[in-house]
Design a protein around this ligand. Structure first.
Ligand code: XIL
Length: 406
């Protein structure tokens, strides 16, 4: 996949001596930190199956300078560690069935899985109206069934993966809106029905909130054709197809106060209209500058409405400066990884304190399998709990062991 550089060519112990822990703690309390999640076009690629050799082996117990991290063999299974709090989710596509290392990692640590791409309308619905290709998603679903892992579905409706046939026709036609509505309801009904009893929760709509404070709803094609009612149509169809599946509205930057207010106004509108919504999905594509208090505000807002929270796409980027920031290496990368560990600890402490959270899903598995290596720019990122060799990082130990000093 790619060759990730050593943080600085130093031993892990040397790194600890060169980085002041206090500055890391301070960095954790900084404001902002959202990496954002929209604005790209989906490739539905399954190419993330490639593996790379680890160059972060300084984080393993086999470092020549002596073990700093605990023996990986003693790492608790995340799903067991947090069993009393929430499900732990990891994300891959069906390629996992051909990757022994990632399969083992997921089987050991995950009680929930989300498909990274294969449950999206691109690819499932690319064939046209009423034509579905469930091949890849079915492989993932049977992997989950075999290993007793609950499967989370995302997304039924997303502007970035809505094939053009949904909107085919003449908008001036008197029947155009009804036609588009019928296509939407048919798609949602058929997909949810196909996975009835196999998918425990669906992100019914994804990223429907505007990033622009002057409007509430994203100005997607769905919104342009059907107005806000497309959300209601999708939720009603999903509930009818599988009454047992929990239904979510999912979005990024819910830790941004303005975005959260817009999201909650939509949630209030859905509740007032009797729309069958069970919870709010918080993507949480954040970075090491995230302020946990801002995340907590989003959790509390959901709780205030009597809904449950799902953390749906957590990753903690080492980049606070957006796509323009140069790739980190050496001591700055080492410092960022230590801050990352403290950030992950603060976030999981927050999650544990909120019983409204039913699942915490990390968007990927290891640092070798993360969309952030290509988004927002091609650049090595290190946002997961496991390194390129699928070994637990400092961030992992910070999450499971309060006494661990990153
Ligand atoms: C991303 C996948 O990780 C990529 O492989 C794909 O090319 C594009 O989509 N928010 C979402 C996810 O809701 O579906 C996105 O997943 C990441 C941002």
């Amino acid at each position: 996949m790619r060759n990730k550089p050593l943080p600085c060519g130093l031993s892990r112990r040397s790194l600890l001596l060169t980085v002041a822990a206090s500055s890391l703690v301070a960095a954790c309390g900084g404001s902002g930190g959202s990496s954002g999640g929209g604005g790209f076009s989906s490739s539905s690629s399954s190419s993330s199956s490639s593996s790379s050799s680890s160059s972060l082996s300084s984080s393993s117990s086999s470092s020549s300078s002596g073990p700093v991290l605990p023996d990986p063999a003693t790492a608790p299974a995340l799903k067991t560690h947090f069993a009393g709090n929430f499900k732990v989710g990891l994300v891959t596509d069906e390629w996992i069935t051909g990757n022994a290392s990632i399969s083992a990692l997921v089987i050991r640590h995950a009680s929930s899985m989300t498909a990274e791409n294969v449950l999206k309308a691109d690819p499932i619905g690319l064939g046209g109206e009423g034509v579905y290709d469930f091949t890849r998603a079915d492989i993932l679903a049977s992997f989950c069934a075999t290993h007793g892992i609950a499967l989370r579905g995302t997304p039924l409706v997303w502007h970035a993966t809505s094939p053009a046939w949904f909107f085919a026709g003449d908008p001036a036609d008197a029947s155009y809106k009804a036609t588009v509505r019928a296509r939407l309801e048919r798609y949602v009904t058929d997909v949810v029905t196909h996975y009835k009893g196999k998918i425990y929760a669906w992100d019914v709509v994804n990223e429907v909130i505007s990033d622009d404070g002057s409007q509430t709803y994203r100005n997607s094609q769905w919104y342009q054709v059907l107005g806000k009612d497309f959300i209601t149509y999708a939720f009603n169809a999903a509930r009818a197809a599988d009454p047992a599946a929990q239904l979510f509205i999912n979005d990024y930057s819910t830790e941004d106060a303005g975005k959260l207010a817009r999201l909650m106004s939509v949630v209030d509108d859905l509740i007032a209209g009797g729309v069958p919504i069970d919870g709010v999905g918080h993507q949480l594509h954040v970075n090491i500058g995230i302020n946990p208090a801002a995340v907590e505000a989003a959790l509390v807002a959901t709780e205030a409405r009597g809904l449950i929270n799902h953390v749906t796409e957590l990753d903690v980027s080492v980049y606070t400066g957006g796509g323009g920031q140069a790739e980190l290496s050496g001591a700055p990368l080492a410092a960022a990884l230590q801050t990352q560990a403290l950030t992950y600890r603060a976030l999981f402490n927050l999650f544990v304190a909120h019983p409204s959270i039913k699942v915490v899903t990390m968007w990927g598995t290891t640092d070798a399998h993360t969309w952030l290596d290509t988004f927002p720019v091609v650049r090595n990122d290190y946002p997961m709990l496991f390194d390129d060799s699928a070994l637990p990082k400092s961030a992992f130990w910070a999450v499971v062991d309060p006494a661990f000093v990153p």
